[in-house]
Design a binder for this molecule. Sequence first.
Ligand code: CP
Length: 343
Amino acid sequence: MDQTPTKPENDHAAAGRFPEGRLAFPHRDLTGIGQLERHEILYLLAQAQQWVTLNRQSAKHAGLLGGLTIINAFFENSTRTLLSFEIAGKRLGADVVNMHAAQSSVKKGETLIDTAITLNAMRADAIVIRHGSSGATQLIADKVDCPVLNAGDGQHEHPTQALLDALALREAFARRGEVSEDFTGRTITICGDILHSRVARSNILCLQALGASVRLCSPPALMPAGVEAMGAEPFYDFDAALDGADVVMMLRLQQERMSGQFIPSAREYHHLYGLTQARLSRAAPNALVMHPGPMNRGVEIDSEVADMIDRSIITQQVEMGVAIRMACLDVLTRSVRGLEGWA
Ligand code: CP
C-alpha cells in the first residue's frame, strides 16, 4: 500500500473522512499552524466535534489513551492551556503529569535540552510544552522520541489556541443557523499587542487557511513588520479596523515580553484601542467578540462587552479548548497506540 501522505480530493473528505489507504495525519508533532495544510486543520476540527458532545455529558470518560503517559511541561504560567490539556488527557484515559518549571530542576540551572532528555527517559508518550522562547517546542521535538505539542512558544505560535478559536467560531455561527465548514467571506479583526502575540500569529495562519480576511490593529509600536506578506491588513485606527467586521478578537498587552515603553499609559491605550460597546457598534450587526484570555478588563476590553451574552464567545472558547486538545492528543498519539497516525 502506498504510504505517502496524500491530500484528499476535497475538504469534504478532510472533514473526518480520509480516503482509505491514506494517512490521516502525517505529522508526529504539533509545533505550529504553519506546518498544517487546510485539510489537516479541518480534520482536527472535525475530530474535536465528538469531544464537544462527550464533554457536555455527565459521564465524560473515553478510554482511548489508557496506559499512556502525557507530560505537561510548562515553563510559563498558564490557567486555560495547562488545565485543558490536563483535563483532555484525563478524559481520554491517560496518566497526566504536570511539570511546573518553578518547582523543577530548571531552577538549579538544568538546560531545556537536558530537561527534554530527562522527560524522554521517563518514556512519556506525548509531551506538551509551553516555553517563553520561540522555537523551544521544535528544539524539544528534535530531542525526544514521542509526539510534542506546542502549548505556546515565545512570540512564535500557539496552535491549539487558534484551533479552538476556529472551533468556537464555527459553533457560534452554527448556533445562528450559519453552518459552514470555513470562514470564506468573513472579516475578522484582531486588535491588541500583535507584536508579542503568538495567538495572533497562529490565528492569522489558521483563519486565512479557512478563507477569512484578517485585519490587524495595534499602535504602530506593537505592529510587527511584514504582516502584509502574511496576507493580513494592518490598521492603526481601531474604528476603521472595526468597520463591518464579523468578528473582533481582542488581545491583551503582553507586558512580560516588553522591554521599554510601548504605550504611553493603560488609560490612553484604552481610549484608542479598548473595545467598548460604542466601538463595537462599528462592526457588523451581531459581530462576535473573542479573547484568548487572560483578560485585562478596562484596558483592552470593557466588562460590558466581555460579558455580552449574545455577542461574546469568550467562555465558549475555553470550552472548545478541552475538545481541541482531546482531538490533538488522540490524533498525535495514534502511532504510539499502533494506529495509523503519521508516516
Ligand atoms: N489563552 C491562553 O493561552 O491562556 P493561558 O495563558 O491561561 O493558558
